[in-house]
Design a protein around this ligand. Structure first.
Ligand code: HEM
Length: 498
């Protein structure tokens, strides 16, 4: 009891909780990353809040983020799945919320080795798929732009075009099959809604004792939307199993495509992955769904944020287009291989991810009690890293709320170059859009490749302007939060071929 009392006394400071609801009212006034950042401004970069009956410690500065994601990372990477994720049993096999043990490690290893590592992405099978996704995006923009029938160019929803191109790319990478138009529409709606439902503030998460009742129906609705994705993933699995059976014939050679699905089916047929974790049908279905959901919205939203910033900052847009013209010349599109010679593009993407980290809060659970800056993080408590607040820390970033890609440009040998490659240095904690430590984003190599190639190509191939009414009223930069932080009003822009 004394130990418990000590731990409570040494919790980090924070707003006074009300009985029963704790600090929920303080947080409900705005999007959680913003209200928590405001509270941290008053109570400090390590702060304790009570969300219903749940104690949460929030890290909001580069140095406290480093404590969570590096110094004490081994003890602070537990997860409690959002209650909604128990719908269709998704949580039981999801790499996002599995505790950091054998099954989670096996899934991360399979994902990296067979799809998401730099070696795979730059290899013979996937490199053409990545390039096709860039060309597909450019084609979609041209088509949307021509849809008006007149010469002026219809407004293009850039985020929508990127979402569709990424969705098709990831489906091909996992299943070696294109998406039928009808399926693509169904998947797009289901994926967006599942992602949005999954982190809607849910009473079941703040009062776990009430979870069984599913008061807001979020678990049921999530199950419905993810169930739709499952259905289409299952069709692919069944089709492939049939084909493998046919191809196996008498000699028993079952492989047909050599993609992620084949790898997983091989493992399931042999019973195990590395003799440790059984890869069964449920695990395969959930993993493929997770990879699909993680890919589409994150990259599309980041591109939409980048375009929204650039369309309001003509000078930066002009400078970037000049760099692209100089380096790419008559090439039709940008490739990741060009990135070394495009420092300003790299700086623009870093600055976009700094201001608009599409996963703004990373939720962990303390598996052991740890001490940070003299305060206690009790075992079992939630520990949130507010990436959005870290990225706007005024000590780390002068004029933190301004879009200033120049902050990443260093002068080296008389020439400008973009500082620190994104995601390579986890020792600096001022810019961590992919988080850091052992749960660092598994899709980082894919995301950096697609963001650079897609944004570079969009700006190299088209002149962009805002529709007149948006120019007059201003771009709506308000955020919408599902699992990722998207632009609330889809950005519309006019694209003219260069
Ligand atoms: C702009 C793009 C992206 C951003 C900013 C982003 C950011 C993040 C962040 C902040 C996390 C949480 C890490 C933590 O818990 O500490 C995460 C996790 C994850 N991301 Fe991404 N992500 C992006 C794209 C992708 C893509 C394309 C994939 C493709 C598969 C992906 C797969 C994952 C997975 C599987 C996890 C869970 C890791 C785990 O819990 O072990 N992400 N991502």
């Amino acid at each position: 009891l004394q130990l418990f009392g000590d731990a409570r006394r040494r919790l980090p400071p924070g707003p006074t909780p009300l009985p029963l609801i704790g600090n929920l009212l303080d947080i409900a006034s705005d999007l959680p990353h913003r209200s928590l950042a405001r509270l941290a401004g008053r109570h400090g970069p390590l702060m304790a809040v009570r969300l219903g009956t749940v104690v949460a410690v929030v890290a909001s500065s580069p140095s406290t983020a480093r404590e969570v994601l590096q110094t004490h990372n081994g003890s602070l990477t537990g997860r409690v799945p959002p209650d909604a994720w128990h719908g269709v049993g998704h949580a039981a096999n999801s790499v996002f919320v599995l505790p950091p043990r054998r099954k989670w490690r096996a899934l991360r290893r399979i994902g990296a080795e067979h799809l998401l590592s730099a070696r795979q992405l730059d290899g013979r099978r996937l490199l053409p798929l990545l390039r096709d996704a860039v060309l597909d995006l450019l084609r979609r923009v041209s088509e949307m732009s021509a849809a008006s029938g007149g010469g002026a160019g219809a407004p293009v929803q850039v985020g929508h075009a990127a979402f569709a191109a990424m969705m098709d790319m990831q489906w091909r990478a996992m299943f070696s099959a294109g998406l039928e138009d009808d399926d693509a529409r169904v998947l797009q709606d289901a994926a967006r809604e599942a992602v949005a439902l999954s982190l809607k503030p849910n009473l079941s998460d703040f009062y776990p004792a009430l979870a069984a009742v599913d008061l807001q129906g979020l678990r049921r609705r999530f199950a419905g939307r993810v169930g739709t994705v499952y259905h289409l993933v299952d069709e692919q699995i069944e089709r492939r199993m049939r084909r493998r059976r046919e191809a196996a014939g008498d000699d028993g050679e079952a492989r047909s495509e050599d993609d992620l699905l084949d790898v997983l089916l091989d493992m399931s047929e042999h019973g195990k992955d590395d003799g440790k974790v059984a890869i069964d049908r449920d695990l395969i279905r959930t993993f493929l769904t997770d990879i699909f959901l993680a890919t589409v919205d994150t990259i599309a939203s980041t591109l939409e944020w980048a375009m929204a910033e650039l369309l309001q900052d003509r000078e930066t847009m002009r400078k970037l287009q000049e760099e692209l013209k100089k380096v790419l010349g008559s090439k039709t599109h940008a490739e990741y291989a060009d990135m070394d010679r495009l420092p300003y593009l790299r700086a623009v993407i870093k600055e976009t991810l700094r201001l608009h980290p599409v996963v703004p809060i990373v939720p962990n659970v303390a598996e052991e009690m740890v001490e940070i800056h003299g305060h206690v993080v009790p075992r079992g408590s939630t520990i949130l890293v507010n990436l959005w607040a870290v990225h706007r820390d005024a000590e780390a970033w002068p004029e933190p709320n301004r879009f200033l890609p120049e902050r990443f440009m260093l002068r080296q040998h008389g020439q400008e170059a973009a500082g620190r490659a994104l995601g390579t240095a986890t020792t600096e904690f001022g810019l961590i859009p992919f988080s850091a430590g052992r749960r660092v984003c598994l899709g980082l190599p894919l995301a950096t490749r697609m963001l650079h190639a897609m944004l570079g190509s969009l700006l190299h191939r088209f002149e962009w302007t805002l529709p007149l009414e948006v120019e007059e009223n201003g771009v709506d930069m308000s955020e919408n939060l599902g699992l990722t932080m998207t632009v609330a009003t889809p950005l519309q822009a006019i694209a003219k071929s260069i």
